[in-house]
Design a protein around this ligand. Structure first.
Ligand code: ADP
Length: 449
């Protein structure tokens, strides 16, 4: 049994996990950096340990300090949340070596699926469709140029260690290739300390559809349906919905089966997500697996009624999954908007500052995951995600209508946010009609200039 969990994270996801612990009667231990002593997660946990200065590398990424804090607090397990150390294979292994349960997969699995080009190879071997592209890392511009010519433009250059849309470049013409290959490599090196790149065909007019997976320690794997995360800016998700609209039932079924197969192939354990690209002819391709809980997990919880954080904890405890595939039924429609501290008028520049006043909407089918409170000073050092605003209703039309209402009601004063921009997207005819793909937001922004 897990009695005490240290949460190796901050912000709304740390708060989300603390709440799940409370509901399960499990003690929670928060960690915080100097600047985060007044942060909500540090105040809500049963215990809080300050582990270092503001810089993430000296606090939220500092493995030895986090493990020491867990040992000092007598925590049985560590929940990594998302971001920070959540997909760090070494951290998962280190926890294990120190006798602490890592709430997530083993280091070996993270290694296998966390490296995107290696995950591609594994999926090809498993017979899961992947986007046409390279099997191995691309060593040089010359090699890349040859491969791109073979695949045919447009292509997308990606970082093997990638995440958060970093180290990714779409190349439409041969003459642009060399420069973009170089900038992708540099960005990857700066972000991940690894400039390994690979190349895929860039699929135009595609949608991003991902399947939520749950897998226990005994080989049972199920999926909890899909999420459509096509509304993105710079490959970063802005609005997500569950289920995905306008996907033929036989395609949805095949994608779900492929997702389960992908997870089974690597002996996956705990919660994870298999991401696919769906093209305009309803052909689907694996793009990557996230070996952790996702930002957008809440909308899956709304439509399935299954608490993913609690399931993660139960699986980590070694309990077998009691749910079977037939138990998973998606009811109604859920939408999430990500409200960020950024200014759309200034190229979405992050805008930290102090929240002077705050009003959260509520009502039937409204869920807000946030670590904001009035008077809170948002530090510049971390992620700009402020609020995950979620709604759930009987169908997509009703959910959109509800989202309009709550976006209009929400008030955050003192800082700039993308609230108005989200309102524009939600009210857009193309969004309402489901005529959106992953390039929709960028196109809209270009047309506005
Ligand atoms: P990251 O791990 O950095 O988030 P992903 O591989 O998940 O990167 O891709 C992020 C987004 O980039 C996808 O959601 C999709 O919108 C776009 N994308 C990725 N690969 C392709 C592709 N081959 N064709 C078209 N769009 C793609």
């Amino acid at each position: 049994m897990i009695n005490k969990i240290l949460i190796a994270n901050r912000g709304e996801i740390a708060v989300r996990i603390i709440r799940a612990c409370r509901e399960m009667g499990v003690y929670s231990v928060a960690i915080c950096s100097d600047i985060d002593k007044d942060a909500l997660h540090a105040q809500l946990a049963d215990e809080t340990i300050c582990i270092g200065p503001v810089s993430s590398k000296d606090s939220y990424l500092k493995m030895d300090r986090i493990i020491s804090a867990a040992c000092a607090a007598g925590a049985d397990a560590i929940h990594p949340g998302f971001g920070f150390l959540s997909e760090n294979a070494r951290f998962s292994e280190l926890c294990k070596k120190c006798g602490i349960i890592f709430i997530g997969p083993s280091g070996e699995i993270i290694d296998k699926m966390g490296n995107k080009s290696e995950a591609r190879r594994t999926m090809i071997e498993a017979g899961v469709p992947v986007v046409p592209g390279t099997k191995e890392a691309v060593a040089s511009v010359e090699e890349g140029l040859k491969i791109a010519a073979d695949i045919g433009y447009p292509v997308i250059i990606k970082a093997s260690a990638g995440g958060g849309g970093k180290g990714m470049r779409i190349v439409r013409k041969e003459e642009e290739f060399a420069k973009l290959f170089e900038t992708a490599g540099q960005e990857a090196k700066n972000s991940f300390g690894d400039d390994t790149l690979y190349i895929e065909k860039y699929i135009e007019g595609a949608r991003h559809i991902e399947f939520q997976i749950l897998a226990d320690n005994y080989g049972k794997v199920i999926h909890l349906g899909e999420r459509d995360c096509s509304l993105q800016r710079r490959h970063q998700k802005l609005i997500e919905e569950a289920p995905a609209h306008h996907v033929p039932p036989e395609i949805r079924k095949a994608m779900g089966e492929a997702a389960v197969k992908a997870a089974k192939t690597v002996g996956y354990q705990n919660a994870g997500t298999i991401e696919f690209i769906l093209d305009s002819s309803n052909r689907f391709y694996f793009i990557e697996m996230n070996t952790r809980i996702q930002v957008e997990h809440g909308i899956t919880e709304l439509v399935t009624g299954i608490d993913l954080i609690k399931e993660q904890i139960k699986i980590a405890e070694g309990r077998p999954l009691l749910l079977s595939q037939e138990d998973v039924v998606m009811k109604g429609h859920a939408i999430e908007c990500r409200i960020n501290a950024e200014n759309p008028m200034k190229d979405f520049m992050p805008c930290p500052g102090t929240v002077t006043s705050l009003h959260f909407p509520g009502g039937n089918g409204v869920r807000i995951d946030s670590a904001l409170y009035a008077g809170y000073k948002i530090p510049a050092a971390y992620d700009s995600l402020l609020v995950k605003l979620m709604v759930h209703d009987t169908d997509r039309e009703q959910a959109i209508q509800k989202m309009r209402g709550v976006l209009g009601e929400l008030v955050i004063e003192g800082i700039d946010t993308n609230l108005d921009f989200l309102y524009t997207l939600i009210n857009h005819e193309d969004f309402k009609n489901g005529n959106t793909d992953t390039a929709f937001v960028e196109k809209l922004l270009k047309d506005r200039k």
